[in-house]
Design a protein around this ligand. Structure first.
Ligand code: GLN
Length: 453
């Protein structure tokens, strides 16, 4: 814990942590020590972690990196983090993220952007760590913590993991409790770990997962020993290669990485089959209707009365307006406007309802594929390596949204997906591959992920 606390101090330039909690960390570490001495240590005793600022932490400021939450200090602990503490983990502090987890570069945070510890060969340009879990990925990659919590609504665990050569898994929807996690799009949001290795990710997920009566969407099935899946033979497994993910103009290095990944799995005894997911091309547009619609509804609670920031106004309506105009950043305001529009009378059927139907078709594509005996699907994690801060999405937000092209389908279908470091681009930057699994079959992803890693 001490070593990590001093590493954090030395790496403040990365802006990965938005709140350091050294006193708490040392107290938790001492408690873990005494439990170890007594012989009743939990599986994560003394493991120092960073916590994405989307997780409510009792007595510790939680902001979702939005000005509107101001100095909000929860009086309760999220289920996922309380399970980590139950198992002996130590909290080093809260990690930066895109405001309300909306973004792919950690550039929408009210605390400013996060730096990626990786650099292009021969260049000093600071690159983004991806987003929205940019602080989590950067902190793990820079060895500031042994693992981190993260959340993924459309790719926010897997894309930052791919940009930083870390491992990130978005479990099946319902695997982890969403209770006490700031909501973005409730039907898509899932918590998961970002870690230094597939094994670490397996250990963290085991502690984070599980049924919670406080979240009716969390599923009451046993949580397997994920670590036991590591090293298990993948011989005879059927791996789908979806033809629709082979995009026009896909960089040659991504294409190469994808074939290499397939070759490694084949060498380990897996069988490769081409599969078709015909509705893939509608996933991104449908996601950018469903996610903002749910966000506009979830963010209605930030009214200047119940939480954080409160601006003045002549009457209650003005108070709401001034608070929301001042408290939300540009990307969040854009999503609230899109979401409100697609849910409004007269447009609901044309946009929201249509997007929900497309979502059903996307889910069915995967079901058809798994029904043919496919165990997992292999795709690139991102369409490019990390880019420079400010390099993308300035004039055109859609340029940024395109980052999620390989990841959003997984959230739309509620499936588990893991991003594993697999190689480097021509400039020496990390690239990742994604494995998509059957519902609640994270174990297969850990087995296959370890082969690629
Ligand atoms: N980049 C996507 C978005 O901005 C996904 C974010 C996420 O998974 N939280 O919506």
């Amino acid at each position: 814990t001490d070593a990590h606390l001093s590493a954090i101090e030395k790496a403040r330039v990365l802006n990965a942590f938005v709140m350091e909690t050294p006193d708490q960390a040392r107290a938790m570490a001492r408690e873990a020590d005494s439990k170890i001495a007594k012989g009743d240590a939990g599986p994560l005793a003394g493991i120092p972690l960073g916590i994405k600022d989307l997780f409510a932490t009792k007595g510790v400021r939680t902001t979702a990196c939005s000005k509107i939450l101001g100095n909000f200090v929860p009086t309760y602990e999220s289920t996922v983090t309380s399970q980590l503490w139950r198992d002996g983990a130590v909290m080093l502090g809260k990690l930066n993220n895109d405001e309300f987890a909306m973004g792919s570069a950690n550039e929408t945070s009210c605390f400013g952007p996060v730096g990626n510890p990786w650099r292009r060969e021969g260049s000093n340009t600071t690159l983004v760590p991806g987003g929205s879990s940019g602080g989590s990925a950067s902190a793990v990659a820079a060895l500031l913590c042994m693992g981190a919590t993260a959340t993924d609504t459309g790719g926010s665990i897997r894309q930052p993991a791919a940009f930083t050569a870390t491992v990130g898994i978005k479990p099946t929807y319902g695997r982890c409790s969403r209770w006490g996690i700031v909501a973005f799009a409730s039907s898509l949001d899932q918590a998961g770990p970002i870690a230094r290795s597939v094994r670490d990710a397996a250990m963290l997920l085991r502690s984070m997962a599980g049924h919670d009566p406080k979240d009716t969407t969390s599923v009451d099935i046993p949580v397997p020993d994920y670590e036991a899946a590591i090293g298990k033979s993948v011989k005879g497994m059927k791996i789908g290669i979806p033809r629709e993910y082979r995009l026009d103009g896909m960089p040659a290095e991504i294409e190469k990485l994808w074939s290499e990944g397939a070759a490694w799995l084949k060498a380990a005894g897996a069988e490769l089959v081409e599969v078709s997911l015909p509705h893939t091309k509608y996933a991104l547009p449908a996601y950018y209707i469903v996610a903002p619609a749910e966000a506009s509804s979830n963010l209605a609670r930030y009214d200047g009365v119940r939480y954080g920031l409160r601006e003045q106004g002549k009457n209650i309506i003005e108070l709401y307006e001034n608070t929301r105009a001042e408290g939300f950043g540009a990307e969040v305001r854009r999503r609230v406007m899109i979401g409100t529009y697609v849910l409004s009378a007269g447009y609901y059927d044309a946009y929201y309802l249509r997007a929900q139907k497309v979502r059903t078709l996307i889910k069915k594509d995967f079901e058809d594929c798994f029904a043919k005996g496919v165990d997992a699907i292999l795709t690139p994690a991102t369409p490019s390596a990390a880019f420079g801060i400010g390099e993308k999405g300035g004039a055109d937000p859609v340029e940024m949204y395109l980052n999620d092209i390989f990841t959003v389908t997984v959230n739309m279908a509620g499936l588990p997906g893991i991003a594993v470091p697999a190689g480097k681009d021509t400039q020496g930057l990390p690239l990742g591959l994604q494995l998509i699994g059957r519902p609640f079959d994270e174990e297969t992803l850990f087995s296959l992920g370890e082969v690629i890693e």
